[in-house]
Ligand binder design. Sequence first.
Ligand SMILES: *[C@@H]1O[C@H](CO)[C@@H](O)[C@H](O)[C@H]1NC(C)=O
Ligand SMILES: *[C@@H]1O[C@H](CO)[C@@H](O)[C@H](O)[C@H]1NC(C)=O
Length: 396
Amino acid sequence: MDLKNTSPFFFFALLISVTKALDPSCASQSDGSDDLSIIPTYSKCSPFSSPKTDSLVTIVLNMASKDPTRVNYLSTPVPQKTTSASIASGQQVLNIANYVVQLKLGTPSQLMNIVLDTSNDIAWAPCSGCTGCSSTTFSPNSSSTYGSLECSVSECAQARGLSCPATGSTATLVQDVLRLGKDVIPKYSFGCINSISGGSIPSQGLLGLGRGSMSLKLGPPGQPKLIRTTPLLRNPRRRSLYYVNLTGISVGRVLVPISPELLAFNPNTEAGTIINLGTIITRFVPPVYTALRDEFRKQVKGTFSSLGAFDTCFSATNEVVAPTITLQFTGLKLTLSSENSLIHSSSGSLACLAMTVAPNNVNSVLNVIANLQQQNLRILFDVANSVVGIARESCN
Ligand SMILES: *[C@@H]1O[C@H](CO)[C@@H](O)[C@H](O)[C@H]1NC(C)=O
Ligand SMILES: *[C@@H]1O[C@H](CO)[C@@H](O)[C@H](O)[C@H]1NC(C)=O
């Protein structure tokens, strides 16, 4: 029962289309491509959306309302020995259902819509008879390939919070065939949820694409070979997180003056920069954000107002002078397109710098590159080679 046999692949790519939220057709939702199609949970194309249609900025601000709690959780130092930390202390913040993916479990396949997260390693599927699960449940009894796992296997120890065998507990560790796009993982280990209470996991279940050993890794076929990459940094206390080395930020041609220690990676304090899917708006620690924003305002000129989490909104007629923002990572410069750096008010009259400040508290040391800045980019996590590749790619 070696996990390496059950997860033979070490790559996956995320293609996020927040703007699909406004796509009236939703047709491209399951286009049979190799990649994961990721759907914002509360968008029109999601099976969990409400019938009313909100503007993109409203969807984004609603989705981002849990960002501060989330970022606090991600930047809270984890004591080295507390192995239960990633589930236990993360209980409220795990229940943040920003994106869903369609996947198939069992034989014959049962179609499930499950919440996606890159800061968790474990998949949890709502199973038949589950109390508190909101959506379609997986029926193990109807699958010929279903199997339970012995308590002694290593996955059990890693899947903190699961019990083996089930003793009326929250979830049991099981195995079955997982199909995701064109990837087939024959014996995928996941938690079969029997009951959900206290908001420990989203009621739709959770697909963990974190960096840890329990996490699902998808295959290399179809991935671009010449993508530019930056090394992933390892934080032994936060194995699930994708840390990168952000070395500087440019606004237009100006390199924003930021002292290097504000960006430096430090596994002891959790300081540094992560690429994260569970957070909507990119957040920088206060001095970094202030420096970036001030330079941006200086170049745009005019007057600025706030809209929700965004504090630098200006007349959209002035958008032509808005400078580009370039994130400089070791070995990789990412110049954000305007859709990755600006967001418009519902009426379209205002454009806002689509980034904000990290919650200002004692643990405010972590910069989070979030969803809005990942739209229409291919983000290739190559865990085996410990690099992340980023390339522009339209998935609208
Ligand atoms: C699945 O099958 C087992 C054994 O036959 C049975 O005890 C159990 O009630 C079934 N579960 C469901 C949800 O049908
Ligand atoms: C990040 O990049 C800076 C500047 O090149 C370098 O000095 C530093 O060692 C790098 N940090 C890590 C953890 O690789």
